[in-house]
Structure formats: structure tokens, C-alpha cells
Design a protein around this ligand. Sequence first.
Ligand SMILES: Cc1cc2nc3c(=O)[nH]c(=O)nc-3n(C[C@H](O)[C@H](O)[C@H](O)COP(=O)(O)OP(=O)(O)OC[C@H]3O[C@@H](n4cnc5c(N)ncnc54)[C@H](O)[C@@H]3O)c2cc1C
Length: 314
Amino acid sequence: MNILRNIFLKASQSAWLRDRATRLGFVRRTAGRFLPGEDADAALAAARNLADSRVISLLTHLGENVSSRPEAEAVTTQYLDLLARVRAAGLPCEISVKLTQLGLDLDADFCFANVTKLIEASVSADPAASKTLWIDMEQSPYIDVTLELYARARRNFRNVGVCVQAYLYRTEKDVASLIAQGATVRLVKGAYSEPAEIAYPKKSDVDDSYFRLAQALLGPEARRAGVRAAMATHDTRLIARITEWAAVQQIPRDEVEFAMLYGIQRAEQLRLAAEGYRSCVLISYGSYWFPWFMRRLAERPANAWFLARNLFAK
Ligand SMILES: Cc1cc2nc3c(=O)[nH]c(=O)nc-3n(C[C@H](O)[C@H](O)[C@H](O)COP(=O)(O)OP(=O)(O)OC[C@H]3O[C@@H](n4cnc5c(N)ncnc54)[C@H](O)[C@@H]3O)c2cc1C
């Protein structure tokens, strides 16, 4: 399974494959399971449906590592339009962005200016109506700069959150520092291929790390500091461990937040919302879906059967 995972992760970085594979009908059909569509209209329609079941949406326009300022500016403008549409429609949606899509590879200050525009556009006069602007975590070379930009943004705004990855040894320290900042944090296992020098190679170690970090982020010190923590995982055993532990700690259900990806564990998303937990779903849209789709196959190589089935479907 690790071999397949590595093949998909390598494929996610191949521009050659992206150009060819995205034209194939069976690849597009399989990706469609995780993607309501390529444009904002499709994402907003999916968010509206989820809102009917008390599920909050996180919207992300697929893309990463843009190589020019006009491209990064176009992404920023597109997100500003999306935020305006979300507000006008009164939808329970937040936005999640990748810093390399907002120009991080070009100039950190330019990227920061773009992020700041999005955070400002997410603020509302009524603090309860303000939206959080979430910052994704990318490959390990970006971690320090992402956490630095986050801390910089956090000095001026409360409505900004950042993602941390449980597969990295360093995350325990990063989480301690984020708790001290009273930060807004999304905890994930981690989606990239990282070497054993910096990341747990064994899945069981990643799962244990995830649970320890979840306990820290929901623990008394974090709660006193005003931390908002979202547990982004589809791992139902881990979700059960966290909810059982939170119940023993007498943490109200509406202060325990989970997030999953569109199209994965739908029943679990609805169950958590119906039971009073904060349940969120990340909806991705856009035409640049190939690297993202390959990472979804890497997470669960069994999804490759889907791909194979769609090859023969009409
Ligand atoms: C809201 C959200 C935001 C994220 N943001 C980031 C980020 O910023 N940076 C980052 O590195 N990663 C991010 N990720 C991805 C994350 O790191 C994991 O790669 C992904 O969530 C799979 O891990 P898991 O916790 O679900 O556990 P796993 O142990 O991988 O999966 C547990 C179970 O969930 C189901 N499952 C998991 N993945 C899939 C799939 N692709 N298809 C079908 N079933 C599946 C399977 O039943 C599997 O057995 C995000 C994930 C979510 C949900």
C-alpha cells in the first residue's frame, strides 16, 4: 500500500501527467466523486445542500505554487468575489487557502498582503458573523514561513486559522506555541510525502500523535487561552476516541469541531452534525484538480478501484 501511496504522491507532482490525465473521461468521472464541479456555482450549490443538514462548508479554489504576481492577484480577487457571494447568500461557509497559491514562492510580503485582504473581507461588524480565513499547511519547506505569516496575521486579526500536521515530529512544539497564542487550529494527519527524519513513517504512530495533539488542543490550557480547534479527519475510530474523551472532560459538543472532505464519510458528517458537534466539510472546486485528486488517491489507494471501474463505465 505504501508503494501505491508513493506512486500517487509522485504523480501529483507531474505536470506531464496532469496535462494528459485530466483530459480522460474516466479520470474526470472519478475525480467528480470528490468535487461537486469546477466552478464556484457548483461549490456554493453543494454548500447550500450541506447547510440544510447543519453542516458548515469550507471552500477552497484548487491551485498551488503560482509562478506570477498576476496569477496570485487573480486568485485573491476570485476569493474576494466568492466571499461576497457567500455573504450575500447568508451561507455558513468559510474559506481555506494555500499560501503558495497567493504568491508565497514569489515574495512573502506580497503573499501576506493578499492574505490580509482575504482576512479583512472575512471580518464582519458583528463579531459573531465574522468568518475565519483558514490557511492550509503544505510540504515541510513551507512550515516555518506559514507559521510566521500566521503569527503576523494573528497580531492584527482574530479570524484567521492555520493547519498543522500530526505526522511531523515538530508539531507537538508548534501546537504548544499555537496554544500560547490562543490560536485557531486545524489538525490533520498530513497529505504529503515526508522523510522519516521529520515525520512518523508508521500510520499507528501518526494516529497516536493525532490523538495526543487533539487532547492538547481541546485541553484545559487551550480552552483557557481561547483556542478554536478543528479535528480534520475521516478516521472514525479516532473520531470516536476524541468524542469519548471530550465527553469525560465535559466539553460541550458544540465546542468540538470536526472537518472532512466533500464526498468522503458523508454519513459520519451528517451524524456528527445531528448529534450537536460542529461538523464542517471542505469543498474544493476549480480546474486545477489533478495534484489534489492524486493526494486523495494516495490517502486511500482503494480509491484506485473506483478509477479502474470508471475506466469501463459508459
Ligand atoms: C478539512 C480538511 C482539510 C485538510 N487540510 C490539509 C492541509 O492543509 N494540509 C495537509 O497536509 N493535509 C490536509 N488535509 C488532508 C489530511 O492531511 C489527510 O491526508 C486526510 O484527511 C486523510 O487522513 P485521515 O485523517 O482521514 O485518516 P486516514 O487514516 O488516512 O483515513 C481514515 C479513513 O478515512 C477514509 N478516507 C480517508 N481518506 C480518504 C479518501 N481520500 N478517500 C476515501 N476515503 C478516505 C477511509 O475510510 C480511511 O480508512 C485535510 C483534510 C481535511 C479533511
